[in-house]
Ligand binder design. Sequence first.
Ligand code: ASP
Length: 330
Amino acid sequence: MTVQTNTPSGETSPIRLVIHGGAGTITRARLKAEREHAYTQVLEQSLTAGYSVLAAGGSSIDAVIAAIVVMEDSPLFNAGKGAVFSNAGRIELDASIMDGSTLMAGSVAGVTTIRNPIRAAHAVMTQSPHVMLIGHGADAFAAEKGLEIVDPSYFHTEFRWNQLQKAITQERLLQDHDALSDTPQPDADEKTDKKRGTVGAVALDRRGNLAAGTSTGGLTNKRFGRVGDSPIIGAGTYADNRSVAVSATGSGEMFIRTCAAFNTAAQMRLLHLPIIEAADNALAEVAAIGGDGGLIVLDAKGNYAMRFNTRGMFRGTIGSDGIARVEIFE
Ligand code: ASP
């Protein structure tokens, strides 16, 4: 089924790719110059990888995968290599992808051995009758489809391990503080910011087709098989040629409860709101129930928005001119 073809035959659409690398308490004061440079470099590489696909006439789905794989392979982001640890000291990855021309979608959650979970989400979409596979089953599916399987230790980084230890200590401090009010209060930023770094991409190809994808390790110190919004279609990811492609990052539970990605798309399709207003309304609903984060949104004409209600969001875009633009702070 094709939802809509945006370009009559013979015409080509403007191409556009928008990416994010997570939203959170990212300020100049907290991000050292050399780390800022490193993040900027990977974001530019991601944009260039996706742009190469689009400029060569490739599909928005392939561009989204190309852009996300670069960030999954970087230890800087909370996706693939460099993902955060769960309370049990494991790395459990979630990812999803959606094709705006067909409303086909695929996702995986809680996988532990797939080098690039976004490829596994794509395999679920294209090589299975399902939308979402979880845990060992999803790992086995990816292996059966010939995707690259790695030992879980591949994902480990010292930085994330230290973050887990810090989170566990902070949690203990908080509990102690509740029990005994003169123990030191944990830093407010540390309490709310679990060092995010989820990655996502939305793309528009020459045929006028939209696609969206998101990949994450979830939250540091997560427990009990917790899954956030990133692998949930309509919450963390959505794409429909009739409206927009969306990828989210932020407090997953609140993005799930407000169906943030679908909410943005629905406001565009049904209320015909401008793209920035639709994104801001969706984020306002997230904020109203105590969440924060960001959204990247792209429509079939190439209009886009990169909105967030945190201190910063790793983000960037590239269009037909081939010039990559990256931003981090407010
Ligand atoms: N939304 C992700 C999750 O809840 C985390 C993030 O984007 O920072 O798993």
